[in-house]
Design a binder for this molecule. Structure first.
Ligand SMILES: O=C(O)C1=C[C@@H](OP(=O)(O)O)[C@@H](O)[C@H](O)C1
Ligand SMILES: C=C(OP(=O)(O)O)C(=O)O
Length: 421
């Protein structure tokens, strides 16, 4: 793990990357499972889990609300709960974990008392108003005056049943949040999408699958409506698959260096949306001219850096909500790619265009990559460092959000990483 270091310079390996690296557990599934286990009476054992900033924030928030979360080893959580979250003594601080923040905003409606859901300065810029509006329509007394966290929720012990409409164009997490909270209501809840379609519907599928594993009854009524029955949750033992977004860096490192990295799990075994990126990565250096990133948003940074070495330019479409992730990722990608070589990428509306330049490989282009406290910007630009001499990643410790072992994984494949300035 890298802590307290200002920068890491990636030395391009002279060999193809070969070896075995298992990505950590899925962030998305771990944070769903932690919450659902906390809403179930009894003891649940979550194995293959991710231990990182995002899951630590979720686990600590649940502890603040009376749930026992034990960690017998590096990949297991044992969650013991009476099924009812208690009012915490102070605000819940969730860092920049979108999943924890959105999921808990809805879940704490079943607390008897007031809960403040808050995050760091980045989270305080990430919109939550559509979720707040939808919960208010279900009768929850809550407020987020800036449209972003902090959110103050005055829980009344349970959500009431009913029908709610939600615009999830900015984040599918709003829908997942209400779906999971809905099983702890006093009556059935219908959740209907309005407005723009959601990106990455696969995340809703992950939510429904996790809910069912913990005993909930969820029915998809049509393409835009789900019904959740008020069953509550049942404690369960739950095995979590590796993180598909983390896998994208390894798949990309493999094709960039002509290597062979065994992830211990085939690409088609993942149930997470970002696993779709593998098929695109496999086409390198002839990736398509247009890539619709809407169903694999967290993989777009990986694909964008890979595109810099493609044989032909790539336009990324369907990525408007990349602007409200940990940072404005479209801006970060265009700025930092162009810092490597002027004009390497630019924005057209919300699209990102990467002007491919295979001749970049082998060049020396000393560049300090600004990472905007965004784990994915740090991880994807390390890939550029596998091909270009002089790539230095600032604030490399930010990978701890979802992949604390990332730098060690690269080192285990023989990549030389040197402490930078
Ligand atoms: O539900 C989830 O686990 C996630 C949904 C996606 O976010 P949005 O729905 O905000 O696009 C994704 O970017 C995030 O990393 C995880
Ligand atoms: C967008 C991300 O995270 P979250 O929304 O869960 O903070 C991510 O991990 O890329």
């Amino acid at each position: 793990m890298v802590t307290g270091k200002a920068a890491l310079t990636v030395i391009p390996p002279t060999h193809a990357l070969m070896g075995r690296v298992t990505p950590p557990g899925s962030k998305s599934i771990t944070n769903r499972a932690l919450l659902l286990a906390a809403l179930a009476a009894g003891t649940s054992r979550l194995t293959g889990a991710l231990k990182s900033d995002d899951t630590r924030h979720m686990a600590n928030a649940l502890r603040q609300m009376g749930v026992t979360v034990d960690e017998p080893d590096a990949t297991t959580f044992i969650v013991t709960s009476n099924g009812q979250l208690m009012a915490p003594a102070g605000p819940l601080f969730l860092g920049n974990a979108g999943t924890a923040t959105r999921f808990l905003t809805a879940a704490v409606a079943s607390v008897n008392g007031t809960v403040v859901v808050d995050g760091d300065e980045h989270m305080r810029k990430r919109p939550i108003a559509p979720l707040v509006k939808a919960l208010a329509a279900l009768g929850v007394d809550l407020a987020a005056p800036t449209g972003c966290p902090p959110v103050t929720v005055h829980g009344r012990g349970a959500l009431a049943g009913g029908r709610v409409e939600i615009d999830a164009g900015l984040s599918s997490q709003y829908v997942s949040a209400i779906l999971m909270a809905a099983a702890c209501s006093t009556g059935p809840i219908d959740i209907a999408l309005t407005g723009s379609d959601i990106g990455a519907r696969g995340y809703i599928d992950l939510t429904v699958a996790a809910m069912r594993a913990f005993g909930a009854a969820v029915e998809q009524k049509d393409a835009a409506t789900w019904r959740v029955l008020p069953t509550g949750y049942r404690a369960a033992d739950y095995s979590i698959e590796p993180d598909a977004s983390a896998a994208t860096y390894l798949w990309a490192a493999e094709v960039l260096t002509g290597g062979r990295i065994d992830l211990g799990v085939p690409a088609d075994a993942f149930t997470q949306p970002d696993a779709c990126a593998q098929m695109v990565i496999a086409q390198f250096p002839d990736m398509p001219a247009i890539i619709d990133g809407s169903q694999m948003q967290d993989a777009v940074p990986t694909l964008a850096v890979l595109a810099a070495f493609n044989n032909s330019p790539v336009r990324f479409t369907g990525i408007s909500n990349l602007r409200v992730k940990e940072c404005d990722r479209t801006r970060a990608l265009s700025t930092e790619l162009s810092r490597i070589r002027s004009g390497l990428a630019w924005e057209e509306g919300d699209d990102l265009i990467v002007a491919a330049d295979p001749a970049l490989a082998g060049q020396t282009l000393p560049t300090d990559i600004h990472t905007y406290a965004d784990h994915r910007i740090a991880m994807c630009f390390a890939l550029a460092g596998l091909k270009i001499h002089g790539i230095t990643i600032l604030d490399p410790g930010c990978v701890a959000k979802t992949y604390p072992g990332y730098w060690d994984a690269l080192r285990s494949l023989g990549v030389d990483l040197r402490d930078g300035a």
